[in-house]
Design a protein around this ligand. Sequence first.
Ligand SMILES: Cc1cc2nc3c(=O)[nH]c(=O)nc-3n(C[C@H](O)[C@H](O)[C@H](O)COP(=O)(O)OP(=O)(O)OC[C@H]3O[C@@H](n4cnc5c(N)ncnc54)[C@H](O)[C@@H]3O)c2cc1C
Length: 420
Amino acid sequence: MDVTIVGGGVCGLALAHELASDHHVTVLESSPGPRGDGYMIDFFGPGFFAAERMGVIEELRSRGHAFEGVRYGLPDGTQSGTIDVAPLVKAAGGRYFSILRPEVELGLLAQLPASVDLRYGARVVGVRDIGTASGVRDAGAASGVRDAGIASGVRDADTAAGAGPNRDLGREGAAVEIEGGEVLESDLVIACDGVRSPVREHVAPGHGAILPMGYRAASYLFEDPQFAGELGERMLMTDTVERVGWLYAADAARVGVMFSERVDPAITERPTADRARLQTEFAGLHPQIDQALSHAPESFYDDLVAQSVAPRWSRGRVVLAGDAAHAPSLLAGQGTSLAIAGAEALARSLRAAGPHIDVGLAEYERRWRPTVERTQRSGRLSASAFIPATPLQLRVQQVARRAIGLPGVSRLVSRQFIAA
Ligand SMILES: Cc1cc2nc3c(=O)[nH]c(=O)nc-3n(C[C@H](O)[C@H](O)[C@H](O)COP(=O)(O)OP(=O)(O)OC[C@H]3O[C@@H](n4cnc5c(N)ncnc54)[C@H](O)[C@@H]3O)c2cc1C
């Protein structure tokens, strides 16, 4: 069948990898090339096992990084504690490494079958169902997408469907409209367009918005081999209240930095990255963070920390996957892992269902939903403690950290973290 994937991020590329041997796959990605936005992720859990089955784990591991752990730093530059990563790696049976998010995309790209039609610079601005015989099945759905904001410039559903190249096939499927006017019809549209997916509103009306967790995060990478050398194999995390900075050597030449702060959880609008604001708000957390702030670029990743939830993942021949369906947020630290494992789960269910696509979509959701809901719950549970709100909370965390350093406690906590 013809499959159109909206979004060529981690989930979209993993799906294309898995579907390419059985189907004609087109991936539409709005950015002009692989996205360089970088932050270091911990890769473990279901995605690790899925990547092993997909045969891409060695490619990813070769691009990964093994940190010794985290050192905590106070505003005056002194160290207030450390945590080692070794117990976590052990609890995960060795299936754990760190990797820059863009390297996951590049690793999947390196393994992408040549038959996949991957189109960069292709922004999808509308999606709609098409029926078996009489054309548009659900014009209301198309207007739902328009309401969700995907469809600036989406044409009338009848016009767009009539313009499709496969219109005469009379098949059931879905159509996407690409910015510029091209309409692509296919048997199945898979939306892997991230946590702010406008397609989610089409599939599950009323659930298009993100669920903010009360934090905002920003990150960027910069070249500085000397600084990278000084940082060594331990990540720095500031031991501070209300806002926190992380700093690490991404490789021998590059330094990565990430910032997070508490914000009003009622706000859902994407913030605008503002270098001057970042440099002011996060100054004074730690001398090395101040050094990293002086490298802040004009444009960088900056968004709310959020989950996405949809009571249904498919509607007709449009299905959600990855963060579009079930973003757990960085608090759960498994978004990439779930995006890869979810992609594999969807591909597997479709393969087993053969021509019965609806059965495959239902089976995907039945099997995969319990895992993501567990991870999302654990993300929500850790939300209040992610960044200490008061000096007292900070003190409690420092004491707890010392306890984690004890051998028995360390083993237990590591096992719980990996299982979450
Ligand atoms: C700061 C931070 C730290 C994180 N740390 C971790 C971690 O430690 N471990 C972990 O596992 N995960 C982590 N994550 C989460 C992880 O990055 C995401 O969950 C994961 O990348 C989801 O992949 P995805 O493909 O579903 O979505 P995305 O990566 O968001 O990809 C969506 C793609 O769709 C494209 N797109 C969007 N709209 C359109 C459109 N209309 N038309 C065409 N293309 C479109 C976008 O350009 C993008 O390429 C972290 C996230 C953040 C922000």
